[in-house]
Design a protein around this ligand. Structure first.
Ligand SMILES: [Zn+2]
Length: 203
């Protein structure tokens, strides 16, 4: 558990939607974990948890900030069925520490085996797509306290990390879905873009 959650609960942030320019930019590395970065991470955790749909991850561009910071919580609920496969080293070591903020996360290796799974995104409400990704990845990152993480991750954590790190490079899951699913989602994405640009113009 992150320390800040024990004190006053930070305020949630607005999640930007398809059409917001922050979702299509490459985000900058974080050079130093300042109080501002910690505050942002805290607010991102609350934003991830307090959404109508509870997210398993959130990337800073989704709250309109183009820095390389993500928060993840893919730990199983108390009432989830027990895992059918042994946990990967990443899930075993990181699940108990979730929600977890990762600074400058990178995928340094991907497995040749892939898995296909339906994905959604808090920035693309109502849009779903089947995305094929490497089944296991090696994660390199640091925590807010400067601890280096270098671990192989599988399962939902591997998928979530790839989805969130894609956000830091301006890539959305729907870009990786089959053409026909992209086409089917296009009208909804277009409407979302129009609304998002209208919102932006008001600010
Ligand atoms: Zn997303």
């Amino acid at each position: 558990m992150l320390d800040f959650l024990k004190s006053a609960r930070p305020r949630r942030l607005r999640i930007v939607r398809n059409g917001h320019p922050a979702l299509r930019q490459k985000s900058s590395p974080i050079k130093e974990v300042t109080a501002e970065v910690r505050r942002l991470a805290a607010r991102m955790v609350v934003t991830m948890q307090e959404n109508d749909v509870v997210g398993v991850g959130l990337a800073a561009p989704q709250v309109g900030v183009n820095v390389r910071l993500i928060v993840v919580d893919t730990s199983p609920d108390e009432d989830s069925p027990p895992p059918t496969e042994p946990l990967s080293p990443g899930e075993a070591s990181l699940n108990p520490r979730m929600p977890l903020a990762l600074v400058n996360p990178e995928i340094t290796w991907v497995s040749p085996e892939t898995s296909c799974c339906g994905e959604g995104c808090l920035s693309l409400p109502g849009v779903r797509g089947e995305v094929t990704r490497p089944a296991r990845v090696r994660l390199n990152a640091t925590t807010l306290d400067g601890e280096a993480i270098d671990v192989e991750c599988g399962g939902l954590l591997a998928r979530c990390l790839q989805h969130e790190i894609d956000h830091l490079d301006g890539v959305l899951f729907i870009d990786r879905a089959p053409d026909e699913q992209q086409k089917a989602a296009a009208p909804l994405l277009k409407r979302m873009e129009k609304n998002e640009l209208k919102q932006l113009a008001k600010r």
